[in-house]
Design a protein around this ligand. Structure first.
Ligand code: FUB
Length: 330
């Protein structure tokens, strides 16, 4: 389906939106792309971001998008190496917790936490990353019952292939093959409940298993459906919708489960490929309508590391299936 699309911050490059409604307003927490001169590679070194802005609005499609300025920067983070990638923010007991992936000084991605009294920041970072954290793209679900869950992980430059059972491997392993006998399961994203103080994992991260129509975990070579990065979780009619990017096939897909841990059953494509390499999103309800926040590289003429934030409406059919949206229709 073709949709009315809006570029949200045309004056700058922003990507990877996380979006929540706090105090009756929509708050957008994107990555802040910039030109750092680093050549493009499969490790994602060209995504060399170093700070975050926060934006807010009370009219998603047509209202003013207010820029609250820089709310966290690498120079403020005691353990920082490089590359501030996709973040998310959660509210608990009047405090706002920003979760962010950043490489430490050994060039290993960890997930950090920064705290604020306001959704507009500034966010004050904790001295160390979350114990036992790894990889990228944290997305936090407030389950509405006092429990918060972090979904995370990303392949290739996101380093998820370097871990099995939450332990670092000596050598990264990317399984392959979509058909027997090589149909190894794909590397799953991860989910972990957060501690009561929101600053640590309350448990060892678990795999986010996505099943196909036959009840089998999606295979590693099933590149058009398997998890790559960009986890997001939302609830609709009491079900848990886990959505994600397929990375090298450039789709946003989703799977549905009955609880925050899954398993989730694959459903289909939310957004067809956009101009650019990465695709990344947030799904949020506001004033009775659902929105898909995402990004593309049209304004930068296809420079994959200079992405622009977009939004359009998202709709479900009568059975709760998301109606597929065309990324960049002609
Ligand atoms: O912005 C850097 C990385 O690109 C994100 O962490 C991924 O999800 C992809 O959008």
């Amino acid at each position: 389906m073709k949709k009315e699309m809006r570029y949200l911050v045309p004056e700058d490059y922003m990507a990877d939106p996380a979006v929540h409604v706090f105090n009756g307003k929509v708050y957008i927490y994107p990555s802040h792309d910039r030109e750092s001169g680093i050549p493009e590679n499969d490790n994602g070194d060209h995504f060399n971001m170093k700070d975050y802005h926060v934006f807010s609005t009370d009219d998603v499609m047509h209202g003013e998008i207010k820029d609250h300025g820089v709310v966290l920067a690498t120079e403020d983070i005691p353990w920082a190496g490089r590359q501030l990638w996709d973040c998310d923010v959660a509210l608990k007991d009047g405090k706002y917790y920003m979760y962010f992936p950043l490489k430490d000084r050994n060039d290993i991605f960890r997930i950090g936490v920064a705290v604020s009294d306001s959704p507009e920041g500034p966010f004050i970072p904790q001295p160390d990353p979350i114990r036992g954290s790894y990889s990228i793209d944290p997305a936090v679900l407030d389950d509405g019952n006092g429990c918060y869950y972090m979904y995370f992980g990303g392949l290739w430059g996101g380093q998820l292939q370097r871990y099995r059972d939450n332990k670092a491997l000596e050598c990264a392993v990317l399984p392959e093959g979509a058909v027997p006998p090589d149909n190894e399961p794909c590397i799953p994203g991860r989910v972990a409940k957060l501690s009561d103080d929101m600053l640590q994992f309350a448990e060892e991260p678990k795999p986010v298993v996505i099943l196909d129509e036959n009840g089998k975990p999606l295979a590693a070579g099933d590149n058009e459906r398997r998890f790559f990065e960009a986890s997001w979780m939302h609830k609709y009619n009491g079900k848990y919708y886990f959505s994600y990017s397929t990375g090298d096939t450039h789709r946003l897909c989703y799977a549905i489960g009955d609880n925050p841990y899954g398993p989730f059953v694959y459903q289909g494509v939310i957004l067809t490929p956009v101009v650019g390499w990465t695709t990344h999103h947030a799904i949020t309800e506001y004033k009775g309508k659902w929105y898909l926040f995402h990004h593309d590289c049209v304004p930068s003429n296809g420079k994959t590391w200079l992405r622009s934030l977009k939004v359009c409406e998202l709709e479900y059919d009568s059975e709760g299936k998301i109606i597929t949206i065309e990324g960049n229709p002609e």
